[in-house]
Design a protein around this ligand. Structure first.
Ligand code: ACO
Length: 437
């Protein structure tokens, strides 16, 4: 048995360096060397030292984290050790939010206090309505959410004291509580409907539905099947370790910005079509394909690199995304109430054809969380450009968990990658008249 280190020989100098290997809970996914140790490897005394080059962080761990574990080969997702299947089946979104942020499932008393505090922070300042009204009727809901989320921080200047645990606790309540309110306001604004204020007797998702859909009735009653379905979808979107938006949250948070600014930045990262914006693109893709018969032709176009199969592929999963499996089952329950969304036929056919094709098998491309979620959202009645808001709202809990972990991690500093400079070394400034034509 060897030691837990590697020896690197620098062929430029003939010198050898022993570098320790560190591990996480699962050695298969957690073995790493500290990049800073490589700085000892120098070609000469005044050399800066060796760096690693890793565009898009394909093989770089940016933190040690105890929140979420993904086994991409086996298609496993666990929060704080609990399998996502058990959480989706037996828990509820606010309990999962507590779990990802605090690390443990709450006791009854902790849960009641948690739900109470989030529920009583759902109201937003009246000026938020004026801010929202500044957007055009056809503004994208994600752009409105990004803008108003950042603006919300201006109402809570003490949120800048990110080193104070009590301040962080309060801001976590506020951000979770107000995420549904802002999300619903973007929807009402698009529809030209008056904003609905929260009803604190309802559940988190029930309250969200109330703020989305209440019309003239004195009290809104959420349909229990849809309330439950939305809650499960919220659980499935709570956290997903160091993805693009979590990385944005940590990167902006590392400069000690207030958490509203960091959540706005994370929301912006989620908006992109390669990340959370994919659910919207999946629906547009399915509509463009139009029928089951056209699936083989579309798959051919993907293989010829003329299109991407949206909702397929993942940086970490090289197997079926477990969330996609749960969503597919959930779709049947929702369709019993709403009627079947005909796009499910095209999606299932796409999955069937793709998973029999070498192009996708060789690259280990499987459905991800976004492949089936949009079909449910559409059946429930959400407009296509609203889908990513339904991803962003529950992801606020994951972003806050990542942020809290970052702020309390003694090893973390401001996020600041290195670069390998490839430009001109030095030259003298040339006055314009001497630059030729
Ligand atoms: N359709 C067709 N080909 C694909 C797809 C896809 N959806 N995804 C990956 N590939 C191909 C790539 O072209 C590449 O092929 P090559 O090796 O012959 O060049 C290979 O599979 C590996 O793909 P990469 O792009 O290197 O994988 P990466 O980890 O960088 O990207 C990503 C992951 C962005 C998710 C990618 O799979 C993709 O664009 N998928 C579609 C968008 C999507 O569904 N995004 C949502 C992801 S889940 C989430 O963020 C919530």
């Amino acid at each position: 048995m060897g030691t837990d280190s590697i020896t690197i020989t620098d062929n430029r100098t003939g010198k050898s360096y022993e570098i320790p290997i560190m591990y996480g809970t699962f050695p298969k996914y957690g073995a790493a060397i500290r990049a800073a140790d490589l700085r000892e490897i120098k070609a000469s005394e005044d050399d800066f030292g060796l760096m690693t080059y890793d565009p898009a962080f394909m093989n770089t761990a940016s933190c040690r984290s105890a929140i979420t574990h993904i086994d991409g080969d086996k298609g496993i997702l666990r929060h704080r050790g609990y399998p996502i299947e058990q959480l989706a089946e037996q828990s509820n979104y606010l309990e999962v939010a507590y779990l990802v942020i605090h690390g443990e499932l709450p006791t009854k008393a902790q849960y009641d206090e948690w739900v109470h505090n989030i529920t009583f922070h759902t109201m937003v300042h009246e000026n938020m309505k004026k801010l929202m009204d500044g957007f055009n009727h056809d503004a994208h809901p994600m752009s409105m959410l990004i803008g108003t989320m950042a603006a919300l921080g201006t109402f809570y200047p003490t949120s800048k004291k990110i080193g104070d645990a009590d301040v962080r606790k309060l801001e976590i309540y506020r951000l979770l509580g107000k995420a549904i309110t802002l999300g619903a306001m973007t929807y009402r604004h698009t529809k030209g409907l008056p904003y609905v204020m929260p009803d604190n007797d309802l559940s988190y998702t029930g309250n969200f539905m109330n703020m989305l859909w209440r019309m003239a009735e004195p009290r809104y009653k959420p349909h229990p099947v849809l309330e439950k379905a939305l809650d499960v979808l919220f659980i499935l979107h709570a956290d997903h370790e160091q993805n693009c938006s979590a990385n944005a949250m940590r990167s902006v948070g590392s400069s000690h910005a207030d958490p509203y600014s960091s959540v706005a930045a994370a929301t912006a990262a989620l908006y992109g079509p390669l990340h959370g914006g994919a659910n919207e693109q999946v629906l547009r893709m399915l509509r463009t394909i139009g029928s089951k018969a056209k699936v083989p032709q579309f798959i051919q176009e993907v293989k010829e690199r003329k299109a991407l199969l949206m909702g397929f592929g993942h940086r970490v999963y090289k197997n079926y995304d477990p969330r996609a499996r749960i969503i597919k089952r959930l779709a049947d329950q929702v369709f019993e109430l709403t009627g079947k969304n005909p796009l499910i036929e095209i999606a299932s056919e796409l999955e069937r054809v793709a998973l029999e094709d070498d192009f996708f098998l060789k690259r280990k491309l499987y459905p991800n969380v976004d492949f089936y979620s949009g079909i449910i959202y559409e059946a429930i009645g959400f407009p296509t450009d609203y889908f990513t808001v339904l991803f962003a709202i529950p992801r606020v809990s994951g972003w806050l968990a990542q942020w809290q972990e970052l702020i309390t991690d003694q090893e973390q500093k401001i996020s600041r990658p290195r670069q390998i400079y490839t430009g001109v070394a030095i030259r003298d400034y040339l006055p314009m008249e001497k630059r030729g034509t």
